[in-house]
Write a protein that binds this ligand. Structure first.
Ligand SMILES: Nc1ncnc2c1ncn2[C@@H]1O[C@H](COP(=O)(O)OP(=O)(O)OP(=O)(O)O)[C@@H](O)[C@H]1O
Ligand SMILES: [Mg+2]
Length: 304
């Protein structure tokens, strides 16, 4: 616990980058986060920043010395393309799901590549067919979980990018995960998407995965000058309290440009707001997990 006190007695956001990296090395060496979490990024609203968050959160975690694996479960394959895999990958997660569903033992490890430096299990457009094809398969909700199990010991974090709907692909991602991370814009339709997700989340916990937890809601494309954004943030804070990340991801065109170039934001422009925000988010997420793991409340000095 001493290291935790040391880290959070002074605000982690105010210490130098070098000191921060040293503290995280200590966290890594001492295995302070014991659980190696698998986290699904989801919400039933398109364009909410799921994929952008998956990429840049993974990159920030890597900089902090964590081993991270990304899994693309979206037939749009935006994550795959944004990390520099431009050709349709074959085999992709689609072929693995099919193999596993047909009784084979799909080896996910064999399709991991890291053209941008972050390891990824790629998706292809064929994944769109999987929703229907999986319908006839017994135990179809558990396929991804079974395939990821042998890999969990190799990574500190596995982040799964989901499509903007609750179908069999998202259900597979949720069943394979310990936590859910909900990136959304501070706008009405995103709020509706969040509510809709919460409804399904309750049902899914009851029927398939009682131990699944919400890790947090993070606001993306935030503009503090907009009343609607500030009001929605306050509303979410009242409703979801510490589930809402203090960090907001500001609107920053560099995030979109980086994706176009097949890079994460730290490779593209280390000093922009997007890089600062995703690093702050990674720190806050680690902080949440450490205190969860240690089963203790956040000290008041770090609550705000
Ligand atoms: N903070 C931000 N500032 C500016 N642009 C952003 C930001 N976050 C994401 N974008 C851009 O918004 C678009 C949608 O983001 P993204 O693809 O991450 O959303 P998504 O939730 O994954 O969408 P989908 O539901 O279709 O998978 C992308 O072009 C992305 O580059
Ligand atoms: Mg996406």
């Amino acid at each position: 616990m001493e290291i935790i006190k040391e880290i959070y007695s002074t605000s982690i956001y105010k210490i130098t980058h070098k000191k921060k990296i040293q503290l995280h090395q200590t966290i890594n060496q001492k295995n302070i986060i014991t659980a190696m979490p698998t986290i699904a990024l989801t919400i039933q609203k398109g364009g909410s920043g799921k994929t952008t968050t998956a990429i840049n959160l993974a990159a920030a975690l890597q900089i902090l010395g964590k081993k991270v694996l990304l899994v693309d479960m979206d037939p749009q394959a935006n994550l795959t393309h944004s990390l520099g895999i431009t050709d349709e990958p074959e085999p992709s997660i689609y072929h693995m799901l099919k193999d596993e569903g047909d009784g084979g033992e799909a080896d996910l490890k064999s399709i991991i590549s890291a053209p941008s430096g972050i390891p990824i299990v790629p998706a292809s457009i064929e994944l769109a067919g999987a929703e229907l094809e999986l319908v006839r398969i017994y135990g179809r909700e558990h396929l991804l979980k079974r395939m990821l199990e042998p890999l969990t010991k190799d990574y500190d974090f596995i982040l799964i990018d989901c499509p903007p709907s609750i179908g069999m692909l998202t259900v597979n991602a949720l069943v394979a995960s310990d936590y859910v991370l909900l990136p959304m814009q501070a706008e009405f339709l995103h709020y509706k998407g969040l509510k809709s997700f919460m409804h399904h989340f309750k049902k899914l916990r009851k029927s398939l995965k009682p131990e699944l937890e919400i890790l947090g809601i993070v606001i993306t494309k935030y503009d503090h000058r907009k009343n609607m954004h500030r009001d929605t943030y306050e509303r979410l804070k009242k409703e979801y309290d510490d589930k809402l990340f203090d960090t907001t991801i500001r609107s920053n065109i560099d995030l979109a440009k980086a994706q176009e170039k097949g890079k994460d934001i730290f490779q593209f422009s280390n000093r922009c707001n997007g890089a600062a925000d995703y690093m702050a988010m990674a720190e806050e997420m680690i902080q949440k997990l450490i205190f969860k793991d240690a089963d203790m409340a956040l000290p008041s000095s770090v609550e705000n």
